[in-house]
Design a protein around this ligand. Structure first.
Ligand code: AMP
Ligand code: MN
Ligand code: MN
Ligand code: MN
Length: 289
């Protein structure tokens, strides 16, 4: 059976625009069979997603997308198939959410210096869960007419080097991977093409990631161009990683990313879900040397 997997999605619990239930219904209607909910630094939506999935015949993988600071750069590490009741995971994530709250106030102060009043409160009106994201500020800036699109808000105010950018103090790479593994999950480097790292630095990062227990990278991402998928399939083989595929869906407002449209993982790669599928489709890992 050829099941459709999407191992990277967001809901209202972080910076997506659909509730976990709405996301599941839409994913099922788009032909997705197995979906990981991977909200930023929070797992609060998993229970609702699982309840909704039971009703529509879709399988939910408990996931998260953890914010990491590595050599001054922000990286995103996705955790898949975790026990979300794990204390070390939840304590780690709660620290990141506290930093988000402080950072949001600081973003508000920096926008105020640019004569934009009430940005913190305005962004918080878009928050429906327990994390506040730059995306919520982007929606406020768009709503107030300071920019002509939420993307423009990043370009003008929120992206690295712009006036309201506050450098992240996120988890260390080994911490994030450690929390995911403590919860019995698999750690995956999210959207590897998005980082502004030289080839050498990317290689070093992947080496460290593997040393601290990371085992997979997103070969297929909704934010990758097709040639990037091929490139990372090669890197996957070279480093012995398993391959993940995720749309990074945030909601219907971003029509350039949709559910159920991901290309399949190249046959040369071992999909990350083979580790937890009952009946592996390819040869068992132990046969591959
Ligand atoms: P944060 O984790 O709060 O720093 O926000 C990061 C989120 O902002 C990402 O997960 C994306 O959803 C969104 N984002 C980052 N850069 C951009 C951009 N240039 N345009 C639109 N959204 C972006
Ligand atoms: Mn996001
Ligand atoms: Mn991300
Ligand atoms: Mn994401």
């Amino acid at each position: 059976m050829n099941r459709r997997y999407d191992m990277h999605t967001h809901s209202l619990c972080s910076d997506g625009t659909l509730s976990p239930t709405e996301l599941i219904i839409r994913a099922r209607a788009s032909g997705v069979d197995v979906l990981a909910l991977t909200d930023h630094d929070v797992t609060d939506g998993i229970a609702e997603a699982q309840a909704a999935a039971d009703k529509v015949g879709l399988a939910v993988i408990a996931g998260v997308e953890i914010s990491v600071t590595w050599e001054g750069q922000t990286l995103h590490i996705v955790g898949l198939n975790m026990d979300v009741s794990n204390t070390s995971l939840q304590q780690g994530l709660s620290g990141l959410r506290e930093f988000r709250q402080w950072r949001a106030q600081e973003i508000g102060r920096r926008l105020q210096k640019k004569r934009i009043e009430g940005a913190f409160e305005g962004a918080m009106r878009y928050v429906h869960g327990s994390i506040v994201s730059r995306t919520h500020f982007a929606r406020f800036l768009f709503e107030q007419g300071f920019v002509h699109s939420p993307q423009q808000a990043f370009k003008q105010f929120l992206a690295r080097g712009k006036p309201a950018y506050v450098p992240g103090k996120w988890a260390a790479l080994d911490q994030a991977v450690g929390w995911i593994r403590a919860a019995g999950g698999v750690a995956v480097v999210a959207h590897p093409a998005r980082y502004k790292l030289s080839a050498g630095k990317l290689r070093r990062m992947l080496g460290e990631f593997r040393e601290c227990g990371g085992t997979a990278i997103e070969v297929i991402s909704g934010s990758h161009q097709p040639e990037m998928n091929r490139h990372f399939a090669g890197i996957c083989l070279e480093h012995g990683f398993h391959a993940s595929a995720g749309s990074d869906y945030h909601g219907p407002e971003n029509p350039w990313v949709d559910l159920g449209r991901l290309p399949s993982i190249p046959e040369s790669c071992i999909p990350v879900w083979h580790a937890w599928e009952e009946k592996p489709i390819a040869a068992p890992l132990s046969n591959l040397g």
